[in-house]
Design a protein around this ligand. Structure first.
Ligand SMILES: Nc1ncnc2c1ncn2[C@@H]1O[C@H](COP(=O)(O)OP(=O)(O)OP(=O)(O)O)[C@@H](O)[C@H]1O
Ligand SMILES: [Mg+2]
Length: 337
C-alpha cells in the first residue's frame, strides 16, 4: 500500500498539451477510478505515473517522495494494460514468476508469491497450463497475477477488462472487488464501463480534455454532480436535460436535469407535469425504457416497469418530483436549489 499525490501535473507532446495541471491525492488502500471521454488523457496520466512517459511540469509523489525522475522499476507500482500479452510458450506459473526471477528474487520466495497470488485469483488448478489453454477471463487473471506477485504499493489498471464479454466482465468485476478487499492495495483504475466505475470505486475522477471535472464518491457524483458534463457522463441511459420552463411553469430560466428513474411514465389520462407521445418502449427484461417526445419537442427517456402496458404511438404523461431534479445554469454549473 502506498499513497500518491499529483501537483500541477502537466504533459505535452511537443507543443500539444494533453494534461493541463492535474491535482489529486490518493490515500493508502484507496480504489480510485478514472473515467472520461476517449482522448481526455486517462492513459497518458497512468503512463506518467508509471514512468513510461515523462512528466512535462508539476510533481508526482509516492509515499511523500518525489518520483518524477525515478526509474519506472523503482517506483513500487505495477501496471496492467488492456492488451495483456502473456508469454505463449510459458505456463501460467512461469508467466507469473518471470518478473520476480528476473529481479533475482530467491526461489522459495518466488514460489510462495506465485502460490498466494494464484490462490487469490483462483488460478491454482491452472498453474501448469499454457495461455492458449485458458479462457479470456483466465488469461486476464494471469496478467493481474503477474502484477500481484510483485507486491506493488500501487496498481495501475488501464481498462483491464475491456476485451472480455459481458458475462466475464461481470464476474471479473466481482473478483477485482474481492481482490482489493483482500490485498488492501492502492488502485488507480481506468474504465469506460459505468458499472465498473460505480461499483469498484471508493472515489471516481471524471476527466474532460486533460482536466479534472470532479472527484468524489460514486453516489455523490451521481446525485450532486458539479456540472452538466459530470451529470451527463455518469448514468446510463443518460440524464434528461430540458429547459426548466417546459417542466416547471414559472421557474427561472435554466436547465433541468432528470434521471430516467426519476421520471414516472403514465397513461395520458392520469396526467403529469409533461405530456407527449411514447415513441418506443425498450424492453430489457427486468426493466423497460420509454422514449417519449414531449409536446415541447424534448426527447426524454423514462425508466418504466417491465410489464408497462403502453405501446409506441400512444399519448402519455410523465411526472416527477421537482425536489429531485438537478438545475444547471447557462454555463452548465449545477445550481443549489
Ligand atoms: N505519443 C503521443 N504523441 C502525441 N499525442 C499523443 C500521444 N499519446 C497520446 N496522445 C494524445 O493525447 C491525448 C490523450 O490520449 P490518452 O491515450 O491519454 O487518452 P485516453 O483518455 O486514455 O483515451 P481512451 O479512452 O480512448 O483510451 C489524445 O488526444 C492522444 O491523441
Ligand atoms: Mg486510454
Amino acid at each position: 500500500m502506498a499513497s500518491l499525490s499529483l501537483r500541477g501535473l502537466r504533459k505535452h507532446y511537443g507543443s500539444t498539451p494533453v494534461l493541463h495541471g492535474i491535482d489529486l491525492d490518493v490515500a493508502h488502500g484507496e480504489f480510485v477510478v478514472f473515467v472520461g471521454p476517449s482522448g481526455c488523457g486517462k492513459s497518458t496520466l497512468l503512463r506518467c505515473i508509471a514512468g513510461l512517459e515523462s512528466i512535462s511540469e508539476g510533481e508526482l509523489r509516492i509515499d511523500d517522495r518525489r518520483m518524477n525522475e525515478v526509474d519506472p522499476a523503482a517506483r513500487g507500482l505495477a501496471m496492467v494494460f488492456q492488451s495483456y500479452a502473456l508469454y505463449p510458450h510459458m505456463t501460467v506459473a512461469q508467466n507469473m514468476s518471470f518478473g520476480l526471477k528476473l529481479a533475482g528474487t530467491p526461489r522459495a520466495e518466488v514460489e510462495r508469491a506465485v502460490a498466494e497470488a494464484a490462490e487469490a485469483l483462483q488460478l491454482t488448478p491452472l498453474l501448469q497450463r499454457l495461455p492458449a489453454q485458458l479462457s479470456g477471463g483466465q488469461r486476464q487473471r494471469v496478467a493481474i497475477g503477474r502484477a500481484i506477485v510483485r507486491r506493488p504499493g500501487i496498481f495501475l489498471f488501464d481498462e483491464p477488462l475491456s476485451n472480455l464479454d459481458a458475462a466475464l466482465r461481470g464476474q471479473m468485476r466481482v473478483e477485482m472487488a474481492r481482490l482489493h478487499a483482500q490485498l488492501g492495495s492502492t488502485v488507480l483504475y481506468v474504465t469506460h464501463d459505468q458499472a465498473e466505475a460505480m461499483t469498484l470505486a471508493d472515489r471516481i475522477v471524471v476527466f474532460n480534455k486533460g482536466r479534472i471535472e470532479q472527484v468524489g464518491a460514486p453516489l455523490t457524483l451521481y446525485r450532486q454532480p458539479a456540472n452538466r458534463f459530470v451529470a451527463e457522463f455518469l448514468g446510463s441511459p443518460r440524464i434528461n436535460l430540458l429547459p426548466s420552463r417546459q417542466a416547471l411553469p414559472g421557474a427561472a430560466s435554466h436547465e433541468l436535469g432528470l434521471r430516467p428513474e426519476q421520471l414516472r411514465l403514465r397513461p395520458s389520462a392520469e396526467g403529469g407535469r409533461l405530456a407527449g407521445e411514447l415513441q418506443l418502449l425498450e424492453h430489457l427484461g427486468d426493466v423497460a425504457y420509454a422514449h417519449v417526445r414531449t409536446d415541447d419537442g424534448a426527447l426524454l427517456v423514462a425508466r418504466a416497469p417491465a410489464d408497462t402496458p403502453l405501446r409506441g404511438g400512444e399519448r402519455v404523461a410523465l411526472d416527477f418530483d421537482p425536489e429531485q431534479a438537478l438545475h444547471f445554469d447557462a454555463q452548465g454549473r449545477r445550481l443549489e436549489p
